[in-house]
Design a protein around this ligand. Sequence first.
Ligand code: SF4
Length: 883
Amino acid sequence: MIHGEVRTTCPYCGVGCGVLARVEPDGRVEVRGDPEHPANHGQLCSKGAALAETLDLAPRLLYPEVRGARVAWDTALDTVASSICAALDRHGPESVAFYVSGQLLTEDYYVANKLMKGFLGSANIDTNSRLCMASAVVGHKRAFGADTVPGCYEDIERAQLVVLVGSNAAWCHPVLFQRLVKAKSDHPELRVITIDPRRTASADIADVHLALRPGTDVALFNGLLVWLYDRDEIHSLFVDEHTEGLEDALAAARAGAGDVEEVAARCGLGAAQLLQFYELFARNERVVTLFSQGVNQSSSGSDKVNAIINCHLLTGRIGRPGMGPFSLTGQPNAMGGREVGGLANQLAAHFDLDYPSHRALVQQFWKAPTIATRPGPKAVDLFRAVEDSRIKVLWIMATNPAVSLPDAGRVRHALAKCELVIVSDCVRHTDTTRYAHVLLPALAWGEKEGTVTNSERCISRQRVFLPSPGEARADWWMLAEVAKRLGFAAAFDYPNAGAIFREHVALSGLKNGGTRDFDLSGFVGISDGDYDVLAPVQWPVTKDHPKGTARLFGNGSFFTPNGRARFVPVTPRAPVHVIDAEYPLTLNTGRVRDHWHTLTRTGFSPRLAAHTIEPCVEISAHDAAELGLVECQLARIASRWGSAVARVRVTDFARRGSVFVPMHWNDEFTNAGCIDAVVNPATDPLSGEPEFKHTPVSVAPLATAWYGFLLSRRRLTPGNATYWAVARGPGLWRYEIAGHELPQDWASAARAVLCAQEAEVEWIEYFDKAAHRYRAARLAGGKLESCIFIGPDPVLPPRDWLVSLFGLDALDTLTRAGLLSGIPGNGNADAGRQICACFGVGEGSIRAAVAGGCVSVEAIGQCLKAGTNCGTCVPEIRTLLPV
Ligand code: SF4
């Protein structure tokens, strides 16, 4: 156990916040934001602040397993190595693949890429980061000649105009969004524009929200390019001296653009509103365009990125303070993966797989027997290669593709057919580990060490503050052990993560001399001691710039062969699959505020789970009425690829014709909510990034005979429920349930679910047979042990007061009297759905405060503290205030 506060980095999003973690003498872990970290200056969002609640060892994979049996590490590693060896011998290097993750540390990523591309001999390694930012990589490389994010977070604070395109930063990059909120508060003249078919929480501070028609971003930015050019709003000197290709890009843009009215009509916007955006863009010199998955996750994602960059090149707004196109990465180390070549079409250290001279240099540096000569399959295609048995051995590291890839049912089918699936993970039960023949226990956050790189190219250390549990090991160690068994001991003889970082650094500086953007040569020969205390720093780090580099391209020099940035001609394209009579709505998927990926971490925090306890489908009032859907009802969302069930949430924030469903839920937390089973597998032809934001779907009421919920201190199997979703509560599990058929005998059915056979329990029951309402509570030793509420419709008592009763040692008479009504006997209101995760404040409490005269966010903060810590819930608080 490490004593004292340890400086580390949050393992969730690409903001890359610094965290100080301390293990208290009683074993509890305390975390707080690191005031010295340049990304967050001490702030954390709700997810970061709840990190200590996610360290439970119960769900962990702690020992190696082969075909369901616990084995020694040697046995597991021998199995992996011999299987890879046999596949290589029989079927060649294309028969083995790695599918890795932006959750890996850079050192893990480096070793995985080196083993695959230099020693196994193919580029069959791709990453789940493909799913979030591969289009940005293509856009950067086409325009800049390298995968370079030109600016830094500080630019957002120094801008006059910040444009958020396809980015709900308020929920997905919360601390960065709070920096923008503060900048706007400090400088009210700062303008913010959000461009997104949905009105998200990020629009809370927007001066203009453009709810464009899904998929029309290229038309919108092409229109801007033409509009700027025609009004001579260009930086002629920059364009003449530092760019090429403007004429072609303009010709392409003009071909599909037209005047403002035509562009507006194409994008589904009002002309005046569009003109307002164009004029703001023209008027303000310092413009930052933040873009994220709403741009990248598209079959034309690469073109959308270049359409944005074209406008910045035309105006010369790049490489200087307060301006530039800015890609926000989703995962904590998506950028680190890009540095080491974690994508199937990259080589390490921003060397190019397509250049024979680069391949030769890397092979020589690694002293490798071979080097991949052509790109491997990108994520979706990689699983197609598994499905048709071209890939025989698949090693999945730190990710859950059975849930997170589009057309997830087909991915599961591929995994079920694969000869050998190896999964290294820190979680025992995921939808993917179910298909594993070999399970390798990995160290988790707080136990492993290495580096990560955030969206602004800032490298930060993750450090150890917890002991390694069970037999869990670092991912790089597993890879190196397998490499040694394959006969490559000399090249993989790493004593620690620092040694890998040293090699990574040395490779980045190899024959670089400023020809490649990724350069850490300033760290060449870094000692273990200096690696241990490495402070956050933005690459490139060279002898001339030992403290790193905040911005690139300020000198107008790019990484293309002639040093000029390239305008890229782009033409609007319709999504691959378009709506029709059978599937008339567009499905958009993404994150909710307090959850992360497939719930393998945040799903175990009661505080985080309380905000959104089950999958929901957000739909406009107009569409809901047309489809006969009402609030809180269950609905089936279906596409040509699959179907899922979610709770209806009718909202003004949904665009007519579009629905939104969160991406997080999986078979561990619901029996029917995996939305990626519905998502179409179309990809961008250049980046291979899937079209998560545009799947034609139908939405229809789910036929149910009853609805209910179930609260229990034990995890249960919800018997005859045809739909269930479970969430962690404080000391209990919260189930939402529904069924197609009414049981003959409700009491027996309920007691079967809640375990009636134990002797020392007391039952309180209520049954209105005519109304089909059944309610029961099970008390053990005077404590509430479980309760179940059933009714003919989704209108059921609020849950939060009932949840709070699980914290009591005994129920008094008044409480018992109110128990089966679900209403506090003391006249207090139910706190309602959690809004503020930091202080546990519910919607009911906020509504009561509003009724009592608190009519501003500040007044709510003073009364309830809600919204006064991380600020992530402020947009939701505002929706509860009188207009
Ligand atoms: Fe972690 Fe991202 Fe929140 Fe920062 S903003 S605390 S990195 S989840």
